[in-house]
Design a protein around this ligand. Sequence first.
Ligand SMILES: Cc1ncc(COP(=O)(O)O)c(C=O)c1O
Length: 457
Amino acid sequence: MDMSTSPLGLIAPRSDADWLNAHWMPFTGNRDFKSAPRWITEAKGAYYGTPDGRKIFDGLSGLWCTGLGHARSEIVQAVSRQVAQLDYAPAFQFGHPLSFELAHRITGHMPAGLNRVFFTGSGSEAADTSLKMARAYWRTKGQASKTRLIGRLKGYHGVNYGGISVGGIAANRKLYGQGVEADHLSHTQPPNGSFFHGMPPAEGVGKYAGAALADELLDLITLHDASNIAAVIVEPFSGSAGVVIPPQGYLQRLREICTAHNILLIFDEVITGFGRCGAWTGAEAFGVTPDILNFAKQITNGVQPLGGVVVRQDIYDTFMAQGGPDYMLEFPHGYTYSAHPVACAAGLATLDLLERENSVQQVRELVPHFERAVHGLRNAAHVLDIRNYGLAAGLTIASAPGEPAKRPYEIAMAMFQKGYYVRYGGDTIQLAPPFISTPAEIDSLVSALGDTLQATA
Ligand SMILES: Cc1ncc(COP(=O)(O)O)c(C=O)c1O
């Protein structure tokens, strides 16, 4: 597609305040955006197009969700066909075959033993669903005191009340008052200046040794007793906090402790699932199997909203066994858009492409090049640390005096002007290029970022 000549979307952007202010935008500086809007009106492959005919390289795969690139004809056709065939069906009490097919296909890519899928509409809904499932599971088993939830500093599990409660990003929690009671493990981000490539070593730096960090869970068990703890939830690697990678041995040790103390381990794989790690899941990449695994984003290549929670069969069986008469609900939970037929069609077409194009292998082959390129920014201005895993990298940016979030914002805006979309969050810049990126495109992204860092005050 030639972006410069292609038509705009059906609705042209306007600049009058009333039109702009009608939309309260999410996770956006609304006043800043509306004073100088940054429009995206089309997308193809690894690029967005703007109304003024510019091409923007998609350096974060949308929001970590469009690894296959945009406007893939197979997904476009599957979605169009499905809208015409069955645009919506009630999610409760009736079924359509696409959701069963998608669940079945998904389980084929999960670690052994995770084979029952509950669909949601987003990653946030998946997080809260998994937490409710964990509490309900123990209660159903007659262990109703096991309710306490444990998350981690820097964790991101979406924006619903359960998710922000176990989450560990202050900016997403501090405005909202009382949440769900939760404890937090330390984060696993090594000190600035570590510049580890991939996973930090098991011995880490200072307190950041893998096993020692995980052993903090033992302290929480001593404090609360395992009879009161339902679950531990972590991202295999944290994306939104700026790509924080677990040290070697950390996830293994968490798994050992959870198993020994009868605590469910939940992996939030909303970013790490379906290819970004160079494996189908972070669980597979890191060699640790949770009891419950959450996914969203890449499952539909971002084309339709869809998330889900995959559990061990015995968790599902426990609910079924204790469900009362067959016509009763075993788990009174679900969303109007759980397993939406059009989202399932997008999911099936996405899995077809991920399998056919061997995307996991494609990512694995690109990783060494990506890793070399991003670590080439080590000596660039303002860069305090760089972390990477799979096709994801985070750079910690030195704060402008008193304004930790300002420089990353300025860098991201300057990058957009140059034709590159990257994400800024807190004191970090985050990169997650599409799986279909070429080495030359990675080089061009990183080189533009290097120039921008140098040019930033
Ligand atoms: C690990 C993780 N969990 C949950 C979410 C929330 O997903 P959503 O924005 O679809 O609700 C995200 C989004 O970035 C995420 O990275």
